[in-house]
Design a protein around this ligand. Structure first.
Ligand SMILES: NC(=O)NCCC(=O)O
Ligand SMILES: [Zn+2]
Ligand SMILES: [Zn+2]
Length: 515
């Protein structure tokens, strides 16, 4: 592999890395794009913060100047959905908080939010384990927390992680029976607790009991290869779980975030709920937007197994519909679900698709693929590109405008994209530790030539320059914008319950209402 990045302990010292020590930067003459506006302007950065965004800024000789004429200067991507060093299906995803983040930076993503998995149901033990994993971070990151059981201790610990540990979102897996899956009773308890804490509930929406049944059917039919994965968990099971989670969140009146929306079935449930005014966020992932399930039928196991993720990559047609939903606002932001396993790990399931570790790469490829698929094709504007890859994530997880914006006072997480250059993806040159890439051979227009994270140039001239330990944990505060006014909806619900009682109290002796 020609992967190039500095990692202390494997042959490079910090000084030898050529890490930019400049704390002052001027990005000159580019088109600065925010989610709401674009203009030609210079961007001046000092000590990791954007100081000024104005045309024709003058600076001293001690400032590193980057010419961005003819290019787009945009907020670094924020990936809302990753699994670095995740222990899952008897193994651990190969990209850790260093290699996964180095890959992210090479692809223009400057922050991600990873899922803490509890240890034997304990949130605090899980968080401690992830804090340890994240010590080698080279870019900013936040955490979501998965909930895998519910009791008084979990309820108390949810409050601790929100109020003291800076986590504002909890994920419930409705799939992975016998492992991470929760039932409806637990989901309801969790939704209520999320609401009381102003925390966002997230769901992996597939009916885990039905998937289990689907898997048994496949094995009985003698279908043991990777295609059995897709056949055992069809879109209807994703649609059912999405609808159920939406209805239960509506019953509790708390906002809901549906992760990795992969099918028309799930997307249409989200569209219906949003149309009715319910606070539901839908997150497609890049694999669901740009791939189809044909790879799962490849006769070569190594090729087919690399596409195994859950919910499965769907038949062609679903991806196109998800792209449409992203462009018309039914879906709001794009994640990756980056959970990379190498071909040795994928081969655990050579005789039985149920044992193939679920997950695909994407943290490095997301920005380029969304640009090429959505902007180059004319489906979304450049400002919308910024919104779906960065700003909306910052808003939902309540860190805007510190993140997700190029304005004075924001963190200096910035990318420079050349729309006239092109990218090509392959496992030989990617920065992930996995030996395969589900986007192998893809080319497209638009190349992220420079990534600046925390005010330092970390990707330039096709080289990543980072050191472990330089990334910061970003706390995400509760009560994001989705919660505003939610108490008013509660009040009107309660008054609607009271109404018949009042009526019967004021009913006249003739049985007629007095009003
Ligand atoms: N998606 C997947 O296949 N693996 C990661 C875990 C999850 O998000 O379900
Ligand atoms: Zn999931
Ligand atoms: Zn995931």
């Amino acid at each position: 592999q020609s992967n190039q990045f500095c990692e202390a302990g494997i042959g490079y010292s910090e000084a030898g890395c050529g890490i930019s020590s400049s704390t002052k930067l001027l990005i000159k003459g580019g088109t600065v794009v925010n989610a709401h506006h674009q203009e030609v302007a210079d961007v001046y950065v000092e000590d990791g913060i954007i100081f000024a965004v104005k045309p024709n800024l003058k600076v001293g000789d001690d400032v590193k100047v980057i010419d961005a004429t003819g290019k787009f200067v945009m907020p670094g991507g924020i990936d809302p959905h990753t699994h670095l060093a995740m222990e899952f299906m008897g193994t651990e995803s190969v990209d850790d908080f260093f290699s996964g983040q180095a890959a992210a930076l090479a692809g223009g993503t400057t922050m991600h939010i990873d899922f803490v998995i509890p240890v034997n149901g304990s949130l605090i033990a899980g968080l401690e384990a992830y804090e340890e994993k994240a010590k080698k971070s080279c870019m900013d990151y936040g955490f979501h927390m998965a909930i895998t059981k519910f009791d008084d201790i979990v309820s108390r610990d949810m409050e601790i992680v929100v109020k003291e540990k800076g986590i504002n979102s909890f994920k419930f897996f409705l799939a992975y029976k016998g492992a991470l899956m929760v039932n409806d009773e637990l989901l309801l308890e969790g939704l209520k607790r999320c609401k009381s804490l102003g925390a966002l509930a997230m769901v992996h929406a597939e009916n885990g009991d039905a998937v289990f049944e689907g898997q048994k059917r496949m094995i009985q039919l003698g279908i043991t290869g990777p295609e059995g994965h897709a056949l055992s968990r069809p879109p209807v099971l994703e649609g059912e779980a999405t609808a159920r989670a939406i209805r239960l969140a509506g019953f509790v009146n708390t906002p809901l975030y549906v992760v990795h929306v992969m099918s028309i079935d799930a997307m249409e449930e989200i569209a219906k709920a949003r149309k009715s005014g319910q606070r539901v966020v839908g997150e497609p992932v890049v694999s669901g937007l740009v791939l189809d399930d044909s790879g799962l039928w490849d006769s070569d196991f190594a090729t087919a197994s690399k596409y195994v993720m859950s919910p499965p990559i769907r038949a062609s047609g679903h991806g196109k519909a998800l792209q449409g939903a992203l462009s018309n606002g039914v879906l709001q932001l794009v994640g990756t679900d980056h959970c990379a396993f190498n071909s040795t790990q994928k081969a655990f399931g050579i005789d039985d698709f149920r044992k193939i570790p679920n997950g695909v790469n994407g943290i490095e490829e997301r920005m380029h693929l969304v640009w090429d698929t959505m902007v180059e094709s004319g489906q979304i504007s450049i400002t919308d590109f910024v919104r779906v890859t960065s700003t909306e994530c910052a808003r939902i997880f309540n860190i805007y405008p510190r993140k997700g914006a190029i304005i004075a006072g924001s963190d200096a997480d910035i990318i420079i994209l050349n729309p006239n250059s092109s990218f090509e993806i392959n496992a030989r040159s990617h920065h992930s530790r996995t030996d395969t890439n589900v986007y192998e051979g893809r080319r497209g227009k638009g190349k992220i030539e420079v990534t600046i994270a925390g005010g330092r140039v970390v990707w330039e001239n096709n080289e990543v320059k980072v050191v472990p330990g330089s990334g910061k944990y970003i706390e995400t505060p509760p009560y994001n914008y989705l919660f505003s006014g939610i108490d008013k909806a509660d009040a009107s619900y309660l008054s609607s319950l009271n109404a018949p009682v009042k009526r019967s109290e004021s009913t006249t002796s003739s049985g007629r209402h007095s009003y």
